[in-house]
Design a protein around this ligand. Structure first.
Ligand code: ZN
Length: 273
């Protein structure tokens, strides 16, 4: 009766109905988020689920670079199989990181928009300390960035991550007549790798990608004084890998997994994944 007599009252009723519906929807959304959180926490306690999803304990990964490598390999396997779990991305965790960080790996990667380390290794906030330039070419600022993570954050694994069909490597292989601006800097840095694989069988650019990563790993191992000292004393692991744009798989380069100096880390068992 009131509704009939007053359009204003009708608006009020409709508005209240709208508010009630919105609240119900929000509650539903929250409860589904809560459910998801509970499920995730339950999964993390389940040894079989952890095994099936290649989960490696984070503290172990931070303390031991061989475990860190296992953790990266496990994450990439999930990514490759389309079963990424997108860990450590909830608001409470992100907020807790304002107190500090303990990334378990340093990734020296290419700036290419298709090569996001967190996504392809299925890691979260606070996990990876990343330095990116085209062709992962390094100079003083990159070196300082890497040294900072080792010295100040205690990260003990460095992965130089190249990728197939890299534009910067491609430019160094083809060597354009007159590279504009500062691009010549990238070409000059990658050129030794391009020349080294010139007569090699197979895809010239992808051969150069691999060789460029190997050269960069060696450069870091010999970089005076912080990294060369840490590496030769077995306090730091520096390895190379190549990400395939076609398959999503990260291949750890065997050439960078040999002849390590004796390390100060317990297990060196890196098989299994
Ligand atoms: Zn690239």
């Amino acid at each position: 009766m009131i509704i009939k007599k007053s359009p204003f009252a009708l608006y009020c009723v409709l508005f209240l109905m709208f508010v009630q519906t919105s609240c119900a929807q929000t509650q539903e959304a929250l409860s589904s988020q809560e459910k998801e959180k509970i499920k995730r926490e339950k999964n993390m306690q389940n040894p079989q689920w952890r095994k099936d999803n290649y989960i490696v304990n984070r503290d172990s990964a931070f303390a031991n670079p061989y475990y860190a490598l296992q953790k990266l390999k496990g994450g990439n396997k999930r990514f490759e199989e389309g079963t990424s779990i997108h860990p450590r991305q909830d608001p409470a965790l992100i907020q807790s990181l304002s107190e500090g960080q303990a990334p378990f790996a340093i990734i020296v990667g290419c700036s290419d928009s298709r090569v996001s380390s967190e996504a392809l290794f299925d890691q979260g906030f606070g996990d990876l300390f990343v330095a990116r330039t085209a062709g992962q070419v390094m100079a003083q600022a990159s070196y300082a960035t890497i040294e900072y993570a080792y010295l100040n954050l205690g990260t003990k694994l460095i992965v130089v991550l190249g990728h197939t069909s890299c534009g910067a490597v491609s430019a160094a292989v083809k060597i354009p007549a007159d590279p504009p601006g500062h691009i010549v800097t990238l070409i000059n840095a990658i050129k030794p790798a391009a020349l080294a694989v010139k007569n090699m069988e197979g895809d010239e650019i992808n051969n150069a990608v691999r060789q460029n990563v190997i050269n960069q790993v060696n450069d870091l191992r010999e970089l005076e004084s912080v990294l060369s000292d840490a590496y030769s004393k077995g306090n730091l692991l520096i390895i190379g890998a190549v990400y395939s744009l076609d398959t999503g798989k990260v291949e750890i380069l065997d050439e960078t997994m040999e002849n390590f100096p004796p390390t100060n880390f317990g297990t060196e068992d890196i098989t299994g994944l």
